[in-house]
Design a protein around this ligand. Structure first.
Ligand code: FAD
Length: 476
């Protein structure tokens, strides 16, 4: 699928009737901090070349962004450093405004002929984009990126489970050529703007500071971000994301299905932070696998053995895009009100059940429960910004089991996940926590506290892997 067809396919809000007379094309980079397979950038470049206008790329670094802290900012800044280098190679530059996006994009877009956004899926990101778009005097194009298919094409409603979304997504991905091709990026034809028309001048006139040097971790100090959660040593950015992907593809993809549930071995890709910050596109991964013959057709994403990549792609596309579907269509993702009626009702019925233990947020946060395995998982999260996916399910289930109230448990799980996880504040964060409380699942046998929500027990972990080795590793 190419050209206009592809644009129509992926643009969620098209050109408006507003006049297009400004002197630049603006791409507001926010969700896709990369150059390779960045569809919004590619379309903005096409537009700039066609109209012979300069292209400006703007990122808004807002120290007060909801739930962001030193850990997430450090990873983000690594990505901005790479993006800045990648844009320079194309003859472009990245302007980093030290401001909330609503002020900076409005100021930079004032003189634009068109502004391109990359889509954000969480409620805050969507309402921020809608508010900014409404204030801009020019056409605004929002590109549904970081997904295999635009969510609005896949489903217009909240899906019940992975099975229902999988069927719809498979139909689309199976269509010959429906995954857009990677496109070469050509620099715009016109270079420098006329004096008085540069983006820096527009921002300056609005009283907005811009970063004077290439973004990087050394920018952290001057930003004044919340330093309660320290940065980890893990490097972010497009180059590190591709290194991680290629290493996983070549060394571990073939054994993913059998190794992915053991936290003692690196059986998973570890790509979730890179995907969260948009340092790599899921489409890049799909194309790379197709090009190498490692994935032929989505006859079944799930069928392990059909292709080495089937199970992995089921997680990367179906599970991940199910989370996006959830946050797009469910208006209550911040609380257990988001749960399906059966889960909410059964948890209500068991609300007053006696608990084997009951902990406060502070006790959970400081890994002070009676159980060494749970404490180990919490310590892994705090120290590294990561928790293995299998432990993450157990971790969330136990917060439900050991909290005085399910609503409070939901709040604690979400808060700790989003505070410490490098991949936190993502659609997957909300869907992952909600899954522990019954979302996207079915009723199981009835038990205390859980009701018919699926429970997990420590002996189940022991059956799957060497739990003591995991506990020793995280010093509990
Ligand atoms: C309580 C809880 C909280 C979670 N919070 C987050 C979060 O904040 N951010 C986050 O990205 N994921 C979250 N998940 C989902 C999942 O645990 C992680 O995506 C996965 O462990 C990331 O590791 P990986 O990149 O090595 O995954 P891999 O196994 O290598 O999978 C590749 C990619 O597929 C996607 N994926 C894998 N498993 C899931 C899943 N169950 N649901 C949705 N997408 C999936 C991710 O994008 C992942 O990077 C959470 C799950 C639970 C139970």
């Amino acid at each position: 699928m190419k050209g206009m067809e592809e644009m129509e396919h992926r643009i969620s809000r098209g050109f408006t009737e507003r006049p297009a007379s400004g002197g630049r094309i603006l791409y507001w980079m926010q969700a896709s901090v990369r150059v390779r397979d960045n569809l919004a950038l590619a379309l903005a470049l096409d537009e700039a070349r066609e109209r012979r206008l300069p292209l400006d790329v703007l990122f808004c670094l807002d120290a007060r962004y909801p739930e962001a802290n030193e850990r997430s900012f450090a990873f983000l800044l690594d990505g901005l450093a790479d993006a800045s280098r990648g844009l320079e190679a194309l003859g472009l530059s990245l302007t980093v405004a030290l401001s909330a996006a609503d002020r900076a994009v409005a100021a930079a877009g004032e003189r634009a002929a068109a502004v391109f956004f990359d889509e954000g899926y969480l409620p805050f990101a969507r309402s921020q984009r809608a508010d900014i778009a409404a204030r801009l005097p020019c056409p605004v194009i929002t590109v549904a990126d970081n997904v295999s298919m635009p969510p609005s094409l896949v489903s217009a409603k909240e899906e019940w489970s992975a099975a229902t979304l999988r069927a719809k997504l498979m139909r689309l991905v199976s269509l010959e050529g429906s995954l857009p091709q990677s496109r070469p990026l050509e620099p715009p034809l016109r270079g420098a703007p006329r004096p008085g028309e540069s983006i820096a001048e527009s921002l300056f006139a609005a009283g907005i500071r811009v970063l004077e040097r290439r973004p990087g971790r050394d920018t952290l100090e001057s930003l004044g971000v919340d330093s309660s959660v320290a940065a980890t040593g893990e490097i972010g950015g497009e180059a590190a994301a591709w290194d991680r992907w290629e290493e996983f593809r070549d060394e571990r993809l073939a054994s993913y299905d059998s190794a992915r549930n053991d936290p003692n071995i690196a059986g998973c890709s570890g790509l979730s932070p890179a995907l969260h910050f948009g340092h790599i596109s899921p489409l890049s991964i799909v194309r790379d696998l197709k090009a190498r013959g490692l994935w032929r057709a989505p006859a079944s994403f799930r069928a392990a053995g059909a292709d080495p990549a089937s199970k992995f792609l089921d997680e990367l596309l179906v599970r991940r895009e199910l989370s996006i579907n959830f946050v797009l269509h469910n208006r209550r993702i911040d609380s257990w009100d988001c749960l399906p009626p059966w889960a909410r009702a059964t948890l209500e019925r068991h609300r007053a059940d006696g608990r084997s233990a009951s902990y406060s947020l502070e006790e959970f946060e400081s890994a002070a429960t009676h159980e060494r395995a749970w404490n180990a998982a919490q310590r892994e999260l705090m120290a590294t910004g990561r928790m293995h996916g299998h432990m993450r399910m157990y971790w969330g289930k136990k917060i439900l089991e050991w909290s005085a109230d399910p609503g409070e448990a939901y709040r604690i799980a979400l808060l700790l996940n989003n505070k410490y996880a490098l991949d936190g504040r993502d659609p997957n964060s909300y869907a992952g926590v909600a899954w522990c409380f019954g979302k996207h699942d079915r009723p199981w046998g009835e038990r205390a506290v859980y009701g018919t929500v699926r429970s997990m027990v420590e002996s189940g972990l022991r059956r799957k892997f060497d739990l003591d080795a995991y506990v020793r590793r995280w010093g509990a």
